[in-house]
Design a protein. Structure first.
Length: 506
């Protein structure tokens, strides 16, 4: 296996010459991850609070606001140095503290993937029952079996490696987008335009501002989960500037547009929860049934591929984890999803609402910390070698490998979020209806981190902060080294020898 492929599989920094993804490829990779049947459920949540037209505005606004936070927190440094989001977080949380980021990435990526596999199992089982192929009594076991088989299908597709993931994902994305449009048109045809526009929200609050804030927060929290995916995608692009709009449009508008079908279904079809499958099957007969079957077979594959890839890439940051082959890694990473799909498929609805809140609680604070660190404290520079050296010689070792200031800031952001919005009951208190929960959480974390760093870390030169540290000095004879030279040094010099032992070729 070549060094560039090893770097890509193990999360090591990619040289600019090894980054072959242009604007179109980045957009398709992001769009293929964003377009999935989870969008139906996201739109269905918005239908609880708003009618079709205001709900459309809230979905698009929340999607773009959420991806804005992610872009500011991850895109500049990940594209500049060819690293992923977990590696980038070592500068704020410490070389060992970044394992928290790893857990968040794994939980987010595999949480989404698990939901998708359950939904795929349910939808295909619905088709089998509707067409009389399978008795209703076998519905529950069929959901579990089909969901687990879908996991093995995705594993088979991605076992050839990350390049195969990204080359096949865009094909799936285009197919899903086309079929999503067909489903939306079928829905409108069956219920009529007025049937969608005149339908009321399912269970709105009495306060209009609370409804707007709740709807926007659903989309902001959903898009914050792209923190786990963005780094793994943009690290293959030669520059942050070329990745900006492809990521914003691919992720932000991808989720937004996909969620509109769920919104319109949620308000127009009672008790649908945003999922048009059962309604269209009952209304459309065999032709619509085959369209839905084609959609359900293809849908979620691209997203699940990117999810398992992102989770596997994060896990391979663990010490000695890169000794496992790529095939072994993706299988081990997927085992928990298999167990959840097999044993708890009937709990997807309650799990999904809590999972959405978890995304906001977890990723809003870390976005705020990284934005403040990159733009206000580090002058948009990392010491790349220190990101990959995990012992005391790393600038990001802090105290025992943990940055206490980073964790206090993280906790402060979580406290702010929970104060404004209960993540389990989704009950809010003022001033949530005016400022939502994710943005205040990010701001509080960023402010606490900035103050803590300037008061406690910078005066002591801890963490690469403060005057006269190597983080602020030119790195090569008074001149700033090029990004490629820095990344190359990290990937090919003593870091490889001391910390990044190359595994045997697959």
């Amino acid at each position: 296996m070549s060094n560039s492929k090893l770097a890509e599989s193990n999360g090591w920094p990619l040289l600019r010459s090894e980054r072959g993804f242009g604007k179109v490829a980045i957009f398709l990779a992001a769009f293929s991850a964003a377009m999935a049947t989870w969008c139906f459920t996201i739109g269905g949540f918005v239908a609880y609070y708003l009618k079709a037209i205001p709900g459309t505005y809230a979905i698009l606004a929340g999607s773009l606001l959420g991806i804005l936070m992610v872009v500011l927190a991850t895109l500049p440094m990940c594209a500049k140095y060819g690293i992923d989001s977990v590696v980038a977080s070592r500068a704020q949380l410490g070389t060992r503290g970044s394992y928290v980021s790893l857990i968040l990435v794994y939980a987010s990526a595999m949480g989404w993937s698990t939901i998708l596999f359950i939904y795929k199992g349910r939808a295909i089982s619905d088709l089998l029952v509707t067409f009389g192929i399978m008795p209703q009594q076998y519905y529950g076991p069929a959901v579990a079996i089909i969901g687990v088989l879908a996991i093995f299908l995705v594993l088979k597709l991605i076992r050839k490696g990350p390049e195969y993931v990204r080359s096949r994902g865009p094909i799936v994305a285009v197919m899903v987008a086309v079929m999503s449009l067909v489903i939306l048109l079928l829905l409108v045809q069956r219920v009529g335009v007025n049937g969608v526009l005149d339908a009321v929200a399912v269970t709105p609050y009495s306060d209009p501002a609370g409804n707007w804030a709740s709807a926007i927060e659903v989309l902001v929290a959903s898009n914050l989960s792209w923190w786990a995916y963005t780094g793994s995608i943009v690290r293959t692009s030669p520059s942050a500037r070329s990745s900006l709009w492809p990521i914003v449009i691919g992720f932000g508008l991808g989720v937004g547009l996909g969620s509109l079908t769920g919104l319109y279904t949620g308000v127009a079809v009672q008790n649908s929860g945003g999922d048009p499958t059962a309604f269209l099957l009952s209304q459309g007969g065999v032709v619509v049934g085959f369209v839905m079957l084609a959609f359900l077979v293809v849908a979620n594959v691209g997203t699940a591929m990117m999810g398992i890839y992102a989770a596997s890439l994060a896990v391979r940051q663990l010490p000695k984890a890169d000794k496992f082959s790529w095939k072994t890694t993706i299988f081990l990473v997927s085992v928990p999803a298999m167990l959840v799909v097999a044993l708890f498929a009937n709990s997807a609805e309650s799990f999904f609402s809590v999972f959405l809140a978890f995304l906001g609680v977890a990723f809003a604070p870390i976005c705020g910390i990284q934005i403040a660190d990159w733009f206000l404290l580090r002058k948009q520079r990392y010491d790349v070698r220190s990101l990959f050296v995990l012992d005391k010689s790393s600038k990001y070792f802090y105290v025992g490998g943990f940055n206490i200031v980073g964790f206090i800031s993280f906790a402060a952001g979580i406290a702010m979020y929970i104060y404004l919005l209960n993540p389990v009951t989704y009950v809010y208190q003022e001033p949530f209806q005016w400022i939502t929960a994710s943005f205040p959480s990010a701001v509080v974390s960023g402010v606490v981190y900035t103050l803590g760093t300037r008061i406690f870390l910078a005066p002591r030169g801890i963490g690469g902060y403060g005057r006269g540290t190597a983080s602020d000095r030119p790195s090569v004879k008074g001149q700033r080294a090029s990004d490629e030279s820095v990344a190359g040094a990290a990937a090919s010099s003593s870091v490889n020898e001391a910390q990044l032992t190359l595994p045997s070729p697959d």
